[in-house]
Design a protein around this ligand. Structure first.
Ligand code: UDP
Length: 477
C-alpha cells in the first residue's frame, strides 16, 4: 500500500487591516494557493465583511479547497469609520487577539503550520512565532525605496540629515540614504521624518519596525529589480534572503491565465473593500482615446476643503476630461466635497465622479491618458503596469518617496508635492496630457514593458516567486 500523501505546506498570512495592505497580501495568498499551498488568511472582521460581500471575490477564494479565512475583530463596531490613525488606537487590542489566534493555529494538530507571512509593519509576530518555533517571512507592502529610506533613519540622524530644520531646509539634498543620493531631498523623505522632535512616537515606531524586520527569516517586497534597482541592491546587503516578486497584480494575471486543473478561472482579481461603481466604464467607453485624466487618492487619504476647491478648479481649467473618485469620506472636515456652483456646467460636460472605481480596469482603458494619484504604492504599480504617466500629489508615509521616483528616477510624470494650487495642477495636467505627453508616454510604455517581462516566465519576479514557493515547500512544519 502506498504511504499516505504528506499534506501541502500550510502558510498563515497576516496583513495590517487596510485596503492597500490586504490588497497585495491577498494577491500573494491567491498565487500561493494556486501553486498548491494551504493558506490561512487572517482578516479583520471589518475588511472581511466588506470584501466578501462581492460575489466574484467570494467565488475566487472558495474555489481553492485549501484556502480559509480566520476573522479577528479590531475592537471597533463594524459601522465605526476607519481612518489612517485607527491602526494606532486599536493596535494593542489587535496584537493580543492575534497572538491568541496564532497560538491556536500553531497548536492545531490537523493543520501543522509551515510558516507565517506577516505584514512587515507588525513585527511582534516575528518574536511571538519564534517562541512557537514557526519561521516568519516579513512582507513590506511599500516600495523598496521607501523601505530603504525607513531603514536609513538612524543613519540620517547620525549624519545630521535629520531633523529637518524647518521649511527653508526642505529642498536640501539628503546624502545619507546610500544608492539614492541623487534623488532625495528632505521634502521627499517619508512624511514621518517631518518632525522636529526625533523621539516622535510614529517616527520611532516605523524605524523600530523596519529594523526589526531583519529578524525575520526572509523579506518579500512587491517590486521588481528593474524598477528599483539601487534601493533593492542596498536592501539585499541587509536581507540576503530577499524576494522581490512584484508587481503582484501583473504577476497574478500571467500566472492565473494558465490555470491548473484544481484552480478557479482567471479573473480581474480586484480585492476592493468598497462598492465599485461601474458606470464610469460606460462613461469612459464614450470618450475619445487618450483624452481622460483619472483622479484617485486611494482608500484613506482625505482632502481639506481648500485642497478640494483647488482640485476642482485645476481640473476644470485644464480643459481636459476627467474621471474623479470622490469617496463618501474624502473630505477631511466631513460632508461632501461638492462641486463649486460656477463649475457645475463644465464638470457635467467633461467630468465623471464616482465613489469608487474599478481602478485597474480604468487604468487599462484606452480613453485614459494619465493618472492624478496620491502615490500609494499599489496605485503607483498599477499605473506602471498600465503604462500611464502620472501627476502625483502625495499625502503621507511612503508616498513622498514614491512620487519622487515617478518624477526623477523613472521620469514618467510630475510631482505636485506640498503645493496644492489650481494653476500648478492645470499646468501639470496639461504637461502630461499635452506638450510633454509623448515623452512621458514613451517612458511609461517602456516601464510597463519591463514590468511585464519581470512577471513573465523567466523574468526576475517570476523566478523569485518560484523560489519563494520552493523555499516554503522545503521548510518542515
Ligand atoms: N482603488 C480602487 N478603486 C478606487 C480607488 C482605489 O480599486 O476608486 C484601489 C487601487 O486599485 C489600489 C488601492 O485601492 O489597489 C489603494 O492602494 P494604494 O496603496 O494605492 O493606496 P492606499 O489606499 O493604501 O492609500
Amino acid at each position: 500500500m502506498d504511504p499516505p500523501l504528506a499534506p501541502p505546506p500550510h502558510v498563515i498570512i497576516f496583513p495590517l487591516a487596510a485596503q492597500g495592505h490586504v490588497n497585495s497580501m491577498l494577491k500573494l495568498a491567491e498565487l500561493l494557493a494556486h501553486s498548491g499551498l494551504r493558506i490561512t488568511f487572517i482578516n479583520s472582521e471589518y475588511i472581511h465583511h466588506r470584501l466578501l460581500r462581492h460575489a466574484d471575490i467570494q467565488a475566487r477564494f472558495t474555489a481553492f479547497p485549501d484556502f480559509r479565512f480566520k476573522i479577528i475583530s479590531d475592537g471597533l463596531p463594524l459601522d465605526h469609520p476607519r481612518s489612517s490613525d485607527h491602526f494606532m488606537t486599536t493596535f494593542s487590542y489587535v496584537k493580543s487577539i492575534t497572538m491568541q489566534l496564532l497560538e491556536e493555529l500553531v497548536s492545531a494538530p490537523d493543520r501543522p503550520v509551515t510558516c507565517i507571512i506577516a505584514d512587515g509593519i507588525l513585527t511582534f509576530t516575528i518574536d511571538f512565532a519564534g517562541d512557537l518555533g514557526v519561521p516568519v517571512i516579513a512582507f513590506r507592502t511599500i516600495s523598496a525605496s521607501s523601505f530603504w529610506a525607513y531603514f536609513c533613519i538612524p543613519r540620517m540622524i547620525e549624519s545630521g540629515d535629520l531633523p529637518i530644520k524647518g521649511d527653508e531646509d526642505m529642498d536640501r539634498v539628503v546624502t545619507s540614504v546610500k544608492g539614492m543620493e541623487d534623488i532625495l531631498r528632505c521634502r521627499d523623505l517619508p512624511s514621518f521624518c517631518r518632525v522636529a522632535d526625533l523621539s516622535d512616537w510614529t517616527l520611532q515606531y516605523v524605524t523600530t519596525q523596519t529594523l526589526q524586520t531583519t529578524r525575520a527569516r526572509a523579506l518579500i517586497l512587491n517590486s521588481f529589480d528593474q524598477l528599483e534597482g539601487p534601493a533593492i541592491s542596498q536592501i539585499r546587503t541587509h536581507f540576503p534572503n530577499l524576494y522581490t516578486i512584484g508587481p503582484l497584480h501583473s504577476h497574478h494575471k500571467s500566472r492565473l491565465s494558465s490555470p491548473s486543473p484544481s484552480s478557479p478561472p482567471p479573473s480581474p482579481a480586484s480585492n476592493s473593500i468598497w462598492e465599485v461603481d461601474r458606470s464610469c466604464i460606460s462613461w469612459l467607453d464614450k470618450q475619445p482615446p487618450k483624452s481622460v485624466i483619472y483622479v484617485s487618492f486611494g482608500s484613506i487619504t482625505t482632502l481639506n476643503r481648500h485642497d478640494f476647491t483647488e482640485f476642482w478648479y485645476g481640473l476644470v481649467n485644464s480643459g481636459r476630461r476627467f474621471l474623479w473618485v470622490v469617496r463618501p469620506d474624502s473630505l477631511a472636515e466631513g460632508g461632501s466635497g461638492a462641486v463649486p456652483e460656477e463649475l457645475r456646467e463644465a464638470v457635467a460636460e467633461r467630468g465623471c465622479i464616482v465613489g469608487w472605481a474599478p481602478q485597474e480596469e480604468v487604468l487599462h482603458h484606452g480613453a485614459v491618458a494619465a493618472f492624478l494619484t496620491h502615490s500609494g504604492w499599489n496605485s503607483t504599480l498599477e499605473s506602471v503596469v498600465a503604462g500611464k504617466p502620472m501627476v502625483c500629489w502625495p499625502f503621507f508615509a511612503d508616498q513622498q518617496v514614491n512620487s519622487r521616483l515617478v518624477s526623477h528616477a523613472w521620469k514618467v510624470g510630475l510631482d505636485m508635492k506640498d503645493v496644492c494650487d489650481r494653476e500648478v495642477l492645470e499646468r501639470m495636467v496639461n504637461g502630461v496630457m499635452g506638450e510633454r505627453q509623448e515623452e512621458f508616454a514613451a517612458d511609461a510604455g517602456d516601464l510597463a514593458r519591463r514590468a511585464r517581462e519581470a512577471t513573465s516566465k523567466g523574468g526576475s519576479s517570476w523566478d523569485n516567486l518560484d523560489r519563494l514557493i520552493n523555499d516554503i515547500r522545503s521548510m518542515k512544519p
